[in-house]
Every structure is written in C-alpha cells, then in structure tokens.
Design a binder for this molecule. Structure first.
Ligand SMILES: [Zn+2]
Length: 254
C-alpha cells in the first residue's frame, strides 16, 4: 500500500494505519513508489530518509496494534537496471515489490501505451520486461503481474491466455526457480475487473508450474481501499492450494 510518500497518494501514514486497524488487519507494508526513469513524472519523488522517519513514528504510535513494515514498489526497467541494482544495494527495506509500469517512458496502465499498436506490439515488450526483471535476480516479489490489462483496447477482442501462454509460463517458471512470489493485487477488482491481478487463470498456471506462495495486497492509495476484497480472494487462493504469506515473508532477505 501507498501513502503520501508516493506521488500518487495524499493519504498520511497515520490515516492508512488507522484504516488498517479498523479493517482488522494485523499487519501492513507500505510499498512506496520508486521510479528511476528520468523521463517519467515520478522520477526523484521518493525520499528514503523522510519515509523511514515517518514509518518509525507510526510504529511508535500504532505498533501495539499493527505490524508496520517498510518497503518499496520499484519500477523495473532494463534500461535502468543498474540504477535499480544500485538503489536496492544502498537502501534497506523489509520488502521490495518489483513492477513493470513503464515501456518506452509511457505508463502501461494508460490508454496512451496502446495508441497505434497491435496487441503484439503492446503486450510483447511488457512480458519481455517481466522476463528481464526475473532474470536480473533483483526482484523476488512480483507486483500486479497482468497490470497491462487495464486499458486493453476493445479492438483486440477478449484476452486470450493461449496467445501469451509461452511468455507467461516462462515468467512463472522463473518466479518459481528464483524462489520468488507473486503478489495477488485486489485493486483490479476496485477498477471493475471480476478478478485480481493476476487473473485466476494465470494463478492456475502458476500453481501448475509449482508456485505455492503468494502475497496479497490492496495497492491502497487511500484509506478506504485497505483490505478490500481480501476475504473472498484469500478464500479462493486457499482453495487453489496457495499459501498466502503474511509476516513470515519479511523474514526473507528481499
Ligand atoms: Zn504498481
């Protein structure tokens, strides 16, 4: 989840902690955005010292009621992989979520990414970046795997997993081989999708290739988003045979 320390949220950490306590959560992790592409609007917005100071203050204030972990959601980009590596070497976190947000300096969660592109042209670079992210060894927690579905143009027709199955299987194999985990992100449901990121059929494939663990996140940017749809999604994950990781995930060096 995010707070005012991310450029796209204006919720204070206090508001987020209080909402998490009200939602009955035992623990949370702030995963503030870190974007290292100088062409992207949020470049340079992350302030490590400020964020850590604020987190420590919240631990003092709410620590008896809520486990508060400190992480980042870092945008992986092959072009800036060295910067990602350097950033992660120089800073300490409980948890590092890696996401593909940008292709050719454009946000993949926007319509702009699809303008003038065939499905092949829009999707292939996204999956390739995700493969590169896993091959880099820098990321062990994969954020919202099929985020690219947000603005899928109608002209493409319904998403056909078969068409992208080789790429998706390849990514999932790398996730399993690297001892990594997928984040199951319920914000897709908030956006009107009937299922989380990634979709249930991708999660079935993940299971098939040996995936056993997931984390669950609401990707909350405001207090009302916190813990949304967790009960239903966690139930289904459990039925599928997944272990939904909680606090134990933070004991691994990520
Ligand atoms: Zn994200």
């Amino acid at each position: 989840m995010h707070s005012v320390h991310s450029p796209d949220s204006d919720a204070t950490m206090d508001e987020m902690c209080e909402a998490a306590i009200d939602a009955g959560l035992r623990g949370i992790c702030f995963t503030e955005h870190v974007d290292l592409d100088p062409h992207y609007y949020s470049y340079g917005s992350y302030d490590y010292a400020e964020t850590m100071k604020d987190t420590a203050r919240c631990r003092e204030k709410y620590g008896d009621r809520l486990i508060i972990k400190s992480g980042v959601e870092i945008t992986y980009l092959t072009e800036y992989a060295d910067d990602v590596r350097q950033f992660l070497t120089e800073h300490q976190f409980d948890y590092v979520l890696g996401s593909i947000h940008i292709i050719d300096h454009v946000f993949v969660g926007s319509e702009e990414h699809f303008i003038g592109k065939t499905e092949q042209e829009a999707y292939e670079p996204y999956w390739r970046e995700m493969i590169a992210m896993m091959e880099s060894g820098l990321i062990k927690r994969v954020g919202h795997m099929d985020y690219i579905k947000n603005h899928r143009p109608k002209e493409y027709g319904p998403f056909d997993l078969k068409k992208w199955e080789d790429y998706i299987r390849h990514i999932l194999h790398l996730v399993v081989e690297n001892g990594a985990t997928l984040e199951v992100n319920t914000s897709a449901i908030r956006r009107g999708f009937p299922e989380p990121y990634p979709s249930w059929d991708i999660l079935e494939l993940y299971r098939e290739v040996g995936g056993t663990q997931v984390t669950i996140g609401s990707d909350a940017h405001k207090p009302d988003d916190i813990g949304q749809y967790f009960a239903d999604v966690a139930k289904r994950l459990d039925e599928m045979g997944f272990v939904v990781c909680g606090e134990e995930i933070f004991s691994c060096r990520v």
